[in-house]
Design a protein around this ligand. Structure first.
Ligand code: NG6
Ligand code: CA
Length: 511
């Protein structure tokens, strides 16, 4: 009798427990379906004040401004480095780029991210998202010995992206072809594609031999293979039928992005839309030519704004806008002359690409990494501004937390600031490392720049007119009163210099 009662009680308990479990499972399911779609709109070389809501003069950006007006505008948000490959590595990997010695890559460089490493898209795949990258890659492909005529099986699809449609490296580097899921598109077997960065391959004209065939005058580095009237870095043979048309980028990429969203909008998706604009060569489509007062560089910004509008329109049309977070930002600060003479310098007028900050692309000063950053999520992110110290390297940990996952141990530098990204908290980082051709350490007041000797960085200043911020002396600035980093306080506060140098060393040595 006693035994029977116990069994009965046990059975009731079991039923109750399993009911509870079912409820929990249902709860998780509901939450999964509510996970927001994530779109990162990653512009190339767009400076802090290159868009209207950050003070642009000479170009209008109504769609980006609308995002800012109805979303969250960050005033102190940073790319992790002042050039492309390192910034992209950090954003996707959650670690500072120096840990991987990441530097600007050639178009035939091997894949920089280990296929076993944690990445942002992998984290999202684990949370049930479908992931896609459309646009500029510039993180390497293959193993260092690419056969462009076969499927390349080391690339975005091996580090977490379910779908990829790429411009393999940059617009100014060969090969000038599109790739989809590892395969070069529109290639003919009769005309195989070859690429070399050492010697001439194929019979295309080069800028050195046939300067008259160029639409834009280019420096010696960019004076190699001419494709579509623009001379590029590197040599490319064959692959005639696969050549891209630079002017079509906004339409080609946006069409692919739309397709990806159309196909995946019923379940959570992550889209990394990585612009070619406003990188050189700037060759905007006829629809945007002359639409700014600043020549091709300004027109490329108008083109970016058009694409932003098209992406937002798409999520609105599908009725998923309220369930989609869109983060708009840039991979590094601005540059005018970056290898091609396209009137960017002559037509700049009163427009200040980096706003009140010094430096730009390549520079350790704030202009190198402080970039326009807007988070947009109708009804969840309320219109506001945030002065929080933010860094793109933190998206990995932030999104890991948002999707209720544990941060893998190979992610060292990324911090969870999800609530700040979506405006629910005002607190960002306490401090961070900045990376260009030297290191800097930032907190809320001071910025310390590590001295550097030995190399000549005058090329940045001479060619690009940018102050790279490199000095053989330590530099210390009080950003609260000196945003332009003009007044070096290092000799006034030697103990602070010592303290910050020690902290920097600890970060670098990962202690
Ligand atoms: C530099 C190129 C520059 C640009 C940059 C990469 C020269 C002289 N300069 O090496 O034109 O391509 O690399 O830009 O070759 S980034 O935005 O992709 O980092
Ligand atoms: Ca860039």
């Amino acid at each position: 009798m006693y035994k029977k009662q116990t069994i009965l009680l046990f059975a009731i308990l079991l039923t109750l427990l399993s009911c509870g479990n079912e409820k929990n499972i249902n709860k998780v399911d509901n939450e999964t379906s509510k996970k927001p779609n994530i779109i990162i709109l990653y512009v190339d070389d767009l400076g802090y004040a290159d868009v209207g809501c950050y003070g642009a003069v000479g170009v209008k950006t109504p769609n980006i401004d609308k995002m800012a007006k109805n979303g969250l505008l960050f005033t102190d948000a940073h790319s992790s480095a002042a050039t492309c490959t390192p910034s992209r590595y950090s954003l996707l990997r959650g670690n500072y780029a120096f840990r991987k010695n990441a530097a600007v890559l050639q178009g035939d460089a091997p894949l920089l991210i280990d296929t076993t490493a944690t990445t942002l898209p992998k984290i999202l795949q684990k949370a049930g998202y479908t992931t896609g990258v459309v646009g500029k890659w510039h993180l390497g492909l293959g193993d260092g010995n690419i056969n462009w005529n076969e499927k390349i099986t080391l690339g975005p699809n091996q580090v977490g992206f379910d779908y990829s449609f790429l411009l393999p490296a940059t617009g100014d580097r060969v090969p000038t072809v599109f790739m989809e899921n590892g395969t070069v598109l529109n290639l003919s077997k009769e005309d195989p594609l070859s690429v070399s960065y050492d010697q001439k391959v194929g019979n295309r004209p080069t800028g050195i031999e046939n300067p008259e065939l160029r639409k834009q005058v280019a420096d010696p580095q960019h004076n190699k293979t001419i494709v579509n009237g623009l001379s590029r870095i590197g040599y490319m043979g064959g692959g005639k039928s696969a050549e891209w048309i630079d002017e079509d980028f906004p339409f080609v990429f946006t069409k692919k992005a739309h397709q990806f969203i159309d196909e995946n909008h019923k379940n959570p998706f992550f889209l990394f839309y990585s612009f070619h604009d406003i990188h050189v060569p700037r060759s905007p489509h006829n629809s945007f030519k002359g639409k700014s007062e600043m020549g091709p560089r300004g027109d490329a910004i108008v083109q970016v704004d058009y694409v932003v509008g098209e992406i937002i329109k798409k999520v609105e049309e599908l009725g998923i806008a309220d369930n989609t977070v869109i983060i708009f930002t840039s991979d590094n600060g601005p540059v005018l002359n970056d290898g091609y003479l396209d009137q960017a310098v002559e037509l700049i007028g009163n427009h200040k690409p980096a706003g009140e900050f010094s430096g730009g692309k390549y520079s350790i000063y704030e202009g190198g990494t402080r970039v326009p950053t807007i988070a947009y999520w109708p009804k969840t992110i309320l219109p506001s501004k945030s002065d929080a110290l933010m860094n793109q390297v933190d998206l990995v940990a932030s999104i890991t937390a948002m999707t209720n996952q544990k941060l893998p141990e190979d992610v060292i530098d990324s911090q969870d600031h999800w609530n700040t990204w979506i405006g629910k908290s005002k607190k960002g980082r306490d401090s961070m490392l900045e990376e260009a051709y030297t290191f800097a350490y930032r907190d809320h007041k001071y910025k310390y720049i590590q001295p550097k000797t030995g190399n000549n960085y005058d090329w940045i200043k001479n060619d690009k007119g940018i102050n790279a911020g490199i000095s053989s002396e330590p530099q210390l600035f009080d950003l609260k009163i000196d945003k332009g980093e003009k007044n070096n306080l290092a000799s006034k506060f030697p103990e602070k210099v010592k303290k910050y140098e020690a902290i920097l060393q600890n970060i670098i040595n990962n202690k």
